[in-house]
Design a protein around this ligand. Structure first.
Ligand SMILES: Nc1ncnc2c1ncn2[C@@H]1O[C@H](COP(=O)(O)OP(=O)(O)OP(=O)(O)O)[C@@H](O)[C@H]1O
Ligand SMILES: [Mg+2]
Length: 314
């Protein structure tokens, strides 16, 4: 597996406080990798270390195959692009002039610059605003220009720090489609976000960070790791003796009541047990309203992992 990003024991401390502690993960080339965690978890710090803006206190990292070090900063920055939490535009310059300035910094030949700038602005739905002063744009429009700026150098690895924060639903959808398009072109995307449904929809794999790395995997892996399979049942009226009824069905490991006439039934193989369970409920004389495999959202996974940490810190 060719890794676009490799982190080994990455640690960043500010004085006595650990922002990031002993973080190890790989991001294969072409993956959209989600980086989630509560405020102050160390997400932006990790992005800053990987994009060579700050030096780690300990540990090593490789980005685009290049070891992160003081000497390799310029070489890495040639392969990557970063959209930070703050758009970092020159507010007195027009949208076009901002991007022309950055195109120069990125070493894009002047004869190609105009076409590349127009393509980048088009990709974020801002082609019609190139003559506007950046300072006169709304927050979300500035954010979109910042994203266009990050796309300009045609990076191999793109770091996006909360790219849809502050965007309206239509712009959010456009940015998500843009990220999908980058994946199709083989660009590796490192995405930090607080929007769990966004991570779930966009990311091949997800890491949850809270100073230390709590878990890494596909959304399905994460759900499987934290939650055992179950069936959700609801009935017209309460089952008279649910313990006896559920125990009579092969493959049922246990049950909980989740409401006056609803139950969560633990099973190893939901699809194998569901028909027998349905028959047993109907045979007991109580009407069956609903029977389905229990599903967990990424939000359930996140809250399960992070809530205890947050409560412990209070
Ligand atoms: N330059 C700095 N000096 C001192 N402390 C810092 C510095 N940068 C970050 N920190 C601290 O490191 C921790 C991690 O911050 P970081 O910005 O990486 O969090 P984050 O996960 O991006 O949070 P958010 O979701 O709020 O953006 C925080 O406690 C923060 O206050
Ligand atoms: Mg941050």
């Amino acid at each position: 597996m060719e890794a676009a990003i490799r982190a080994r024991g990455l640690t960043k401390r500010f004085g006595a406080r650990s922002a990031v502690e002993d973080v190890t993960f790989d991001v294969p080339v072409g993956e959209v990798f989600g980086f989630l965690g509560p405020n102050g978890a160390g997400k932006t710090t990790t992005v800053r270390v990987l994009s060579t803006l700050v030096r780690p206190t300990a540990g090593t990292a490789e980005v685009a195959g290049i070891p992160v070090s003081e000497e390799s900063g310029a070489e890495i920055r040639n392969q990557i692009s970063v959209m930070t939490e703050t758009p970092g535009l020159y507010l007195r310059l027009t949208v076009f002039d901002n991007l022309e300035y950055f195109a120069g910094l990125y070493g894009i030949p002047p004869r190609d610059a105009r076409e590349r700038i127009l393509a980048a602005l088009d990709a974020v739905g801002m082609a019609g605003r190139l003559g506007d002063r950046a300072g006169a744009l709304s927050k979300g429009l500035r954010q979109r220009v910042a994203l266009a700026r990050a796309l300009l150098p045609d990076p191999r690895v793109l770091f996006l720090d909360e790219p849809t924060s502050g965007l309206d639903p239509v712009a959010t959808r456009e940015v998500r489609e843009l990220i999908d398009g980058l994946r199709d072109r083989g660009v590796t995307v490192f995405l930090t976000t607080h929007r769990l449904e966004e991570a779930e929809r966009l990311c091949d794999r997800i890491a949850i960070l809270n100073t230390t790395l709590r878990i890494v995997g596909t959304p399905a892996d994460l759900r499987r790791t934290l939650f055992s399979p179950a069936l959700e049942v609801s009935t017209v009226a309460p089952i008279t003796d649910p313990g006896e009824l559920f125990a009579s069905v092969r493959g049922v490991d246990g049950w909980d009541s989740t409401g006056s006439a609803s139950y969560r039934v633990s099973v190893h193989q939901p699809m194998a047990v569901a028909p027998d369970l349905a028959r047993a409920i109907v045979a007991s004389g109580v009407g069956l309203v609903h029977l389905s495999e229990a599903t967990h959202s990424l939000e359930d996974v996140y809250l399960q992992l992070v809530r205890d940490d947050v409560e412990a810190a209070r």
